[in-house]
Design a protein around this ligand. Structure first.
Ligand SMILES: *[C@@H]1O[C@H](CO)[C@@H](O)[C@H](O)[C@H]1NC(C)=O
Ligand SMILES: *[C@@H]1O[C@H](CO)[C@@H](O)[C@H](O)[C@H]1NC(C)=O
Ligand SMILES: *[C@@H]1O[C@H](CO)[C@@H](O)[C@H](O)[C@H]1NC(C)=O
Ligand SMILES: *[C@@H]1O[C@H](CO)[C@@H](O)[C@H](O)[C@H]1NC(C)=O
Length: 609
């Protein structure tokens, strides 16, 4: 049987190995733009196919249920098990992915106007500064089908058209999430409704069509394929009557989210599957900070519904599994498989029940930010699981580098090591970044069914600045919330993030990494101060901004006692003045460029630059 469950977790040791981090080694940098792949074998530039799913998890083991993706991508390529999105919600994540910029540098921080959505992408000038345009400049033909951004609608799809595509067929709101009544809009044509057909199957045909068209051309190509699975299903009529600009409306809209709807041929699968009962699943004691800490334990009835929700996600993903196989087969038929990179990732992760959360995303926990990334292609090791820390903002630099395009100073990421040689160098010698910037503004929503009258559908103070830092000796998550609560998890000893070392009721360990906890905290806070407002190279090499002499390149270096006073007494601390729904600078406390100190010179940043 084609859809038998594959024991991928056993072979990859997921998620135990994901969370453990004990085989971590120091990480080195990858090559800059124009690495060894810039011109593929024989001087011809490689083709690039990019599959982007919606809300797919890594931590609930969705990859275990996708045998064709395992066969064609994981076994034939490299799984980056420490890949992160930087803002765990669709539109900001996608804008960061296609621009190579963190959300605080795009200011597309939400799914809808005024703080996000397609109109905000356009008004920020990004429709003339994102990947497809740079690829065309590098000599590529570019194609895309599926969801581009939220609030890209049947009304605004031509005002303006998304730039940079030789061929496009976009899913449009309010029908984006209707699995059985999608609206697609092709090139410059009017939107077309596909009532009664499964969205992912319609998309698969469109993707294969573009692949054929691209293969006929003279130039190398990029093809983006963005199915809606396994996002919740959303009844379009409920969206049409709301304006998105007030919380009551968003509340009603999210209230209309239902479990995703699989294709008929998949609806019977995995009848026994249920959300993995990890230690953080519906735990006996509350976890986290702020509103998460106030969640109540879910009832048996609630958990049973959420298991159903989980199965529906796995079932809808089967159409994606088939789509990937069809695309790989078509590449092989056309003799293009060996000269094409295939990337597979998702915009953000997902949680169901962990930390007592209802189905949803928008949190900083691993379930929401640590997402699948698989790459296969020329020179990419087969069947490898890479430990290097990578993020969505690295993807545009990676792809542009493969295309031989010019690297950009305003990229907030750097090319991902892809070859054996680059991966080895990252693991042993010079350093690829070891941190991930994580940021969020606005609301968090419960997409499932609510089983208590007093449970909120939407929380509005879900603003936080956070970071992940993963080195040979450490594996940490640090966050500051807009109400100034703090979180710190030591994922080496607490992989499921049950124990916030900074919660008022916690008894933190006296030492961490061999020094008093407060000393580690002072470094993390300074690093976060830099990252929350960094631009370009500073986002990739944040320690360089604090230590321009170059003698500090990672957390371990920064822990040196000679920097104690600098970090503990001189640096301003990350803090918020209030919670806002968007990126309102004067709510966000000290800014590194204005207030942060630079070691040695003892100068303010503004005097140093
Ligand atoms: C794709 O678009 C670019 C930019 O407009 C153009 O130079 C190129 O010729 C187009 N390719 C095809 C096959 O039409
Ligand atoms: C399907 O979408 C079209 C618009 O694209 C709409 O007119 C029609 O009412 C929708 N049907 C259902 C069942 O929602
Ligand atoms: C949306 O608004 C229209 C026109 O005001 C109304 O006829 C329709 O019933 C509304 N639909 C929903 C689902 O509220
Ligand atoms: C981000 O956009 C919002 C909405 O347009 C605006 O109010 C805010 O000032 C912008 N933030 C920054 C830092 O530019």
């Amino acid at each position: 049987m084609r859809f038998s469950r594959v024991a991928l977790a056993a072979s990859l040791q997921l998620p135990a190995a994901l969370a453990r981090g004990d085989e971590q080694r120091p990480l080195g940098p990858s090559l800059g733009a124009g690495g060894p792949f810039a011109a593929g074998a024989g001087g011809k530039k490689p083709n690039i196919v990019f599959v982007l799913t919606d809300d797919q998890d890594l931590h609930m083991q969705s990859l275990d249920y996708l045998p064709l993706i395992k066969k064609h991508l994981i076994d034939q390529g490299t799984l980056y098990k420490r890949h992160y999105c930087t803002t765990a919600i669709c539109c900001p994540a996608r804008v960061s992915l296609w621009t190579g910029k963190l959300a605080h540098n795009t200011n597309v921080t939400d799914v809808n106007p005024p703080y996000g959505g397609y109109p905000k992408f356009v008004s920020q000038g990004l429709n003339s500064a994102y990947l497809p345009l740079w690829l065309q400049e590098a000599g590529y033909d570019t194609y895309y089908t599926g969801k581009l951004f939220n609030a890209h609608t049947v009304e605004n799809y031509n005002a303006p058209f998304p730039a940079g595509w030789n061929g496009s067929d976009f899913l449009l709101d309010p029908y984006t999430y209707m699995y059985l009544n999608a609206s697609f809009q092709r090139n410059r044509e009017a939107p077309v409704s596909y009532e009664g057909q499964h969205s992912v199957d319609v998309l698969a045909q469109k993707a294969l069509g573009f692949l054929d068209e691209a293969a006929r051309g003279d130039r190398p190509f990029f093809l983006g394929i963005a199915p809606v699975a396994p996002h919740s299903n959303v009844q379009a009529s409920l969206l049409t009557n709301h304006t998105f600009d007030n919380p009551d409306d968003i509340n009603k809209i999210v209230g209309a989210f239902t479990p995703p709807i699989p294709a008929e041929r998949h609806k019977h699968l995995f009848a026994d599957a249920r959300v993995p009962r990890t230690p953080n699943f519906n735990p006996e004691a509350a976890t986290g900070a702020n509103w998460v800490r106030r969640l109540r334990r879910q009832s048996a009835e609630n958990v049973a519904f959420n298991d159903h929700f989980y199965r529906q996600r796995l079932r809808t993903l089967q159409s994606v599994d088939e789509l990937v196989a069809a695309v790989v087969d078509r590449l092989a038929e056309r003799g293009l498989l060996d000269s094409t990179y295939v990337f597979y990732t998702t915009d953000n992760g997902y949680h169901i029940g962990q930390h007592r959360l209802q189905p949803g995303k928008e949190c900083g926990f691993e379930e929401d930010i640590n997402v699948p990334l698989i790459v296969r292609g020329p020179g990419v090791p087969r069947g490898e699981v890479a430990e290097v820390v990578t993020a969505h903002v690295d993807l545009a630099p990676t792809i542009l580098s493969l295309a031989g395009g010019k690297s950009r100073a305003d990229f907030d990421g750097e090319p991902i090591p892809l070859s054996r040689e680059e991966l080895d160098r990252a693991a042993t010698g010079r350093r690829h970044h070891e941190h991930v910037t994580v940021e969020f503004w606005g609301f968090a929503a419960s997409e499932g069914k609510l089983f208590r009258d007093d449970e909120a559908r939407l929380v509005l103070n879900n603003n936080y600045k956070a970071l992940r830092v993963i080195g040979s000796e450490y594996n940490l998550y640090y966050a500051v919330w807009c109400n100034n609560e703090h979180e710190l998890y030591d994922l080496k000893t607490d992989p499921y993030q049950l124990d916030n070392l900074l919660h008022s009721t916690a008894t933190p360990p006296a030492t961490l990494l061999g020094v008093p906890l407060a000393k580690v905290l002072a470094r993390l806070d300074a690093l976060l101060l830099v990252l929350k407002s960094c631009k370009g190279a500073t986002c990739v090499r944040p320690w360089q901004a604090l230590h321009p002499a170059g003698d500090v390149q990672n957390l371990r270096d920064a822990l040196s006692a000679r920097f104690d006073a600098f970090y503990e007494q001189q640096q301003p601390k990350v803090r918020f003045d209030r919670c806002e729904l968007g990126y309102i600078l004067d709510a966000e406390g000290p800014q590194f460029e204005a207030d942060g100190l630079v070691y040695r010179h003892g100068l303010r940043w503004s005097e140093w630059v």
